[in-house]
Design a binder for this molecule. Structure first.
Ligand SMILES: [Zn+2]
Length: 267
């Protein structure tokens, strides 16, 4: 898996975790300064992909996050070659972390995807945890936030992974029937079956700048429709301009944007 920031401290004999290097422009930064800038490179503006727990730390009120359904385990039910070994490498239970939290005092249920876990791919555990989070939001009458980062459906779970698209969409319809809001945040990258299901179903769809968002990749589309695609196609700004997204918000402003949206829905 690609990591966007690598530690350079070992080579220089400095204590680990103090320095980081931007993978895009090679700028060396203090870890502390980098985190204070929400892991966006101050020199080139590159958005480092965030692990789920880091994203939660940046998004919700300190100490307010209570994880739910952390104990749902991934099973290799198709005996897919290498899948069970791969699952064991990770210390978290699959590509989404869910829980209750507060954002500037507003109660929410939040689900945050983790791209480091098998490309944020959506399998049966991701689908189940998302659905349980939605059901929790309905029971508690809280609004829902899902922060997506995904390469799409998980091929190691075959058709079961594709079924999660319908399963999550059906649960979101129930949330809408309960007159609760669903705020979707799309981060780089949000593609495939996740973009084609819950990530694009928000009452408000928000994205980080320059995030790749789409169903199929540009090469596949060009070969299918036999036309050249416009510049910046499938990036947040293009999608916002063409009405596919409501807001493109910088990471440092995301909590404020969410607060405004929650204030609106709590009126
Ligand atoms: Zn940089």
């Amino acid at each position: 898996m690609e990591t966007t920031v690598e530690s350079t401290s070992e080579k220089k004999g400095l204590p680990a975790g103090i320095w980081v290097k931007c993978k895009k422009c090679d700028q060396v930064l203090l870890q502390k300064d980098f985190e204070e800038n929400f892991m966006v490179c101050p020199k080139c503006g590159y958005y480092t992909r965030l692990r789920a727990h880091k994203r939660i730390e940046f998004t919700v009120d300190k100490g307010s996050f209570k994880e739910i359904n952390a104990d749902i385990n991934t099973i290799d039910f198709l005996n897919f070659p290498g899948y069970s070994d791969k699952i064991k490498e990770f210390k978290i239970n699959d590509a989404v972390v869910t829980g209750e939290a507060k954002i500037n005092g507003y109660n929410v249920v939040i689900a945050v995807m983790d791209f480091e876990f098998m490309g944020g791919s959506m399998g049966s555990v991701v689908g189940e945890k998302i659905v349980r989070a939605i059901e929790k939001a309905i029971r508690k009458k809280y609004h829902l936030i899902i922060i997506s980062a995904s390469g799409g459906a998980r091929m190691q779970e075959g058709i079961i992974s594709l079924m999660q698209m319908a399963k999550t969409a059906a649960a979101l319809a129930k949330l809408a029937d309960s007159r609760l809001a669903y705020i979707s945040i799309l981060t780089d990258p949000t593609t495939g079956g996740v973009a084609a299901s819950y990530a694009m179903l928000g009452d408000i769809n928000i994205a980080e700048p320059k995030a790749l968002i789409g169903f199929a990749g540009p090469r596949v589309i060009e070969q299918t429709i036999r036309q050249q695609l416009p510049e910046g196609f499938q990036l947040s700004e293009f999608l916002e301009k063409h009405g596919m997204l409501d807001i493109v918000a910088e990471r440092k402003d995301m909590k404020d944007v969410l607060t405004k949206v929650l204030r609106f829905f709590n009126k």
